[in-house]
Ligand binder design. Structure first.
Ligand SMILES: [Zn+2]
Length: 368
């Protein structure tokens, strides 16, 4: 019943609307129009203002004609770079883009699939559940749109986030949390040629501290990486400030905290050794989650996948997504595969079959 040509046309149109993170305005406006054309009640917010985006989250309500708890269907409208001027084309059932950009199937496959499912249900007067649709901004690089989304507007207690690579049928039931470590070593500035003994080199202290750290793969559920190290001085100055930005991820909250503490104590110890000061901040970027095997959200999505005829694949994820934030805010959420591949690269593709199955899965969720 899904109209495949219409779905493909919509997808191809959506990926041609530039919407790199922080520039989602045009995309948001288009999605408001799409939802209004379907007769849905649509709301927008000012989430973009919280992180320098011109965009807004789009929240639309589909009243139900079937009993059953309402649920959220969610996808994000922003893309990574290079995501401007995308020129998509279809080759042998595979949707690709010209090689100078990403495709943007992450996550417009989710958006197109959800919209086509709702359209199909409404135009055919098919009995359906009550659903709340959220199209978020700023997902890439920190889920800032959903973080700023007011979940008290939601009646739903659970959410399907259509936003994973892997064929339709994949269900992510757990993902790590992430803590950031932002640290600055403060030494003492001195002339490096005339009186170096009066200085404390922040670079030297930082280097020694980093050398003590356990980094990268910590164990099977914990990782840690320093992404930035910053200090730039003339060679005749003993540098007094050196900063790092690092992240820790773990599916286990205790290990997450322990690794962040390990980074901090390597820094503290080394600063003490040299008489340097430390400024260290370890904010939680997002929390881990794990959906129990017997959760109703999982049972329902697995039977919907059966009805689509796709292969079920229940798994744990390695990254953060809007689902981390929903779970953190008390809305039980899983992430669903839409078939996108090689996301965040210019080789990103998605098959027409997976795009169709994404819409069919949303349709099955709505109609049972
Ligand atoms: Zn995504």
């Amino acid at each position: 019943m899904i109209q495949e040509k219409r779905l493909l046309d919509l997808f191809l149109e959506l990926v041609q609307i530039d919407s790199e993170s922080c520039n989602e305005k045009a995309m948001g406006e288009r999605l408001v129009k799409e939802c209004e054309a379907l007769g849905l009640e649509v709301h927008t917010d000012r989430a973009g203002e919280t992180f320098g985006s011109n965009g807004f989250n789009v929240f639309a309500k589909l009243p139900g004609t079937l009993p059953g708890e309402p649920f959220v269907m969610s996808a994000h409208m922003d893309t990574v770079k290079p995501g401007n001027g995308i020129k998509p084309f279809v080759e042998d059932g595979v949707i690709k883009s010209r090689p100078d950009t990403i495709l943007g199937g992450d996550d417009k496959s989710g958006i197109a699939g959800i919209l086509e499912a709702v359209r199909t249900v409404l135009e055919n007067n098919i009995p359906h559940r009550e659903a709340e649709i959220v199209f978020s901004i700023g997902e890439e690089g920190g889920m800032r749109g959903v973080k700023a989304f007011d979940v008290s507007q939601l009646k739903s207690r659970r959410a399907y986030v259509f936003d994973s690579s892997g064929n339709v049928g994949k269900v992510i039931v757990g993902a790590p949390g992430q803590v950031k470590v932002n640290a600055t070593v403060i030494g003492r500035r001195a002339h490096a040629g005339l009186a170096p003994e009066e200085g404390i080199s922040a670079i030297q202290v930082m280097a020694k501290a980093i050398a003590k750290m356990n980094l990268l793969r910590i164990d099977e559920e914990t990782t840690c990486n320093i992404g930035t190290i910053k200090a730039e001085y003339a060679t005749n100055i003993v540098p007094d400030r050196c900063s790092i930005n690092a992240e820790v991820r773990s599916r286990n909250l205790d290990k997450l905290k322990a690794q962040a503490e390990h980074i901090r104590s390597c820094l503290e110890e080394t600063c003490a050794e040299f008489g340097a000061q430390l400024e260290c901040d370890t904010p939680t970027n997002y929390e881990s989650y794990r959906i129990p095997d017997d959760a109703q959200i999982l049972t329902e999505v697995l039977s919907a996948i059966d009805r689509v005829g796709a292969e079920k694949n229940v798994t744990l994820g390695g990254g953060g997504s809007d689902a981390n934030i929903y779970n953190q805010k008390g809305i039980q959420a899983v992430v669903l595969g839409t078939g996108m591949t090689k996301v965040h690269t210019t080789e990103e593709t998605i098959t027409v079959e997976n795009l169709n199955n994404t819409a069919r899965l949303a349709f099955e969720l709505l109609t049972h």
